[in-house]
Design a protein around this ligand. Structure first.
Ligand SMILES: NC(=O)c1ccc[n+]([C@@H]2O[C@H](COP(=O)([O-])OP(=O)(O)OC[C@H]3O[C@@H](n4cnc5c(N)ncnc54)[C@H](OP(=O)(O)O)[C@@H]3O)[C@@H](O)[C@H]2O)c1
Length: 260
């Protein structure tokens, strides 16, 4: 039995990753801000008796060290972390307030990076450890209404690549997952220009079933691949177009967003 920390487990992909990890017989630590939702996820796990809820707000940097201590001592050992918490936006880049961009960076970039820096030495001294960052294909290109989201995921990816280069010799396994669109409620909590959650104003968000995405991520994270991209055929074509024909890609993107 391994101990698996899902940072961002109260809903969406993280809740599904927790289910898969529990199904596989691992002890699961579930974190997020919404204790009621975390408890609901815990009690629906295949093995709720092997699960611990640890409430945390990942934007609170002063709480990081106590949180890591709690996670570490919850079971005496930590084997795998999925950095799954994420915050999206839907806002005009010109009008988006600086503090909104700061919030996006705090959740999507600063927390996983700072937490990994605290965890890596502890994992190295226990002889092994596995740190999985959930990035996004949004790191690959700029979207008009999600500029800071994409930038925060791109920053996370570059930092994770540096960790991979630096820490693999210490016996740590690092992986970076780049999912395409997942059918979660992420856009409901996405922030507008002023930092208000979109809530019911959010557009319907279609994508891969989160349970299927979690199953595929869990399976792929058993491999030795560093970068794991899980996308639909149309997303694969879009990424190729972005790479080889960026002018055409952005013309089509502007049309799709109604800004052409
Ligand atoms: N959905 C997509 O289309 C998509 C595509 C590619 C990549 N991703 C990435 O996949 C990951 C999961 O996304 P999702 O769609 O499952 O999102 P989601 O349903 O909105 O879930 C987000 C999770 O992050 C946690 N979280 C957010 N802010 C937090 C904070 N300040 N402190 C602690 N926890 C916080 C939330 O918990 P609380 O609200 O309880 O705090 C929740 O458990 C994210 O990293 C996202 O960027 C998503």
């Amino acid at each position: 039995m391994k101990t698996v920390w899902i940072a961002g487990a109260s809903r969406g992909l993280g809740a599904e990753l927790a289910r898969v990890a529990s199904q596989q017989g691992h002890h699961v630590i579930l974190s997020g801000r919404d204790t009621v939702a975390l408890e609901a996820v815990r009690s629906a796990l295949p093995h709720p008796e092997h699960a611990t809820v640890l409430r945390a707000d990942f934007t609170d940097e002063s709480a990081l060290l106590p949180l890591i201590d709690c996670v570490w001592f919850a079971t005496g050992r930590l084997d795998v972390v999925y950095f799954c918490a994420g915050l999206a936006q839907w806002s005009d880049p010109l009008l988006t307030r600086n503090n909104v961009e700061a919030q996006l960076f705090a959740v999507n970039y600063r927390f996983p990076v700072q937490a990994a820096k605290e965890l890596a030495p502890r994992m190295a001294s226990q002889g092994s450890g596995h740190l999985v960052a959930i990035g996004s294909i949004a790191a690959e290109f700029g979207q008009p209404q999600s500029a800071a989201y994409g930038a925060s995921k791109a920053a996370l990816e570059r930092h994770w690549e540096a960790f991979y280069a630096a820490w693999s010799p210490l016996g740590l396994k690092l992986q970076l997952v780049q999912p395409g669109v997942i059918g979660t409620s992420i856009m409901q909590s996405a922030l507008d220009e002023s930092g208000r959650p979109l809530g019911k104003a959010a557009k319907t968000h279609f994508g891969m079933d989160p349970a299927e995405m979690a199953r595929r991520i869990f399976q792929a994270s058993r491999s030795s691949r560093f970068k794991i991209r899980i996308v639909s055929p149309s997303e694969r074509v879009a990424l190729l177009l972005h790479r080889w024909m960026p002018t055409l890609f952005y013309t089509l993107l502007r049309k799709r967003h109604g800004t052409a």
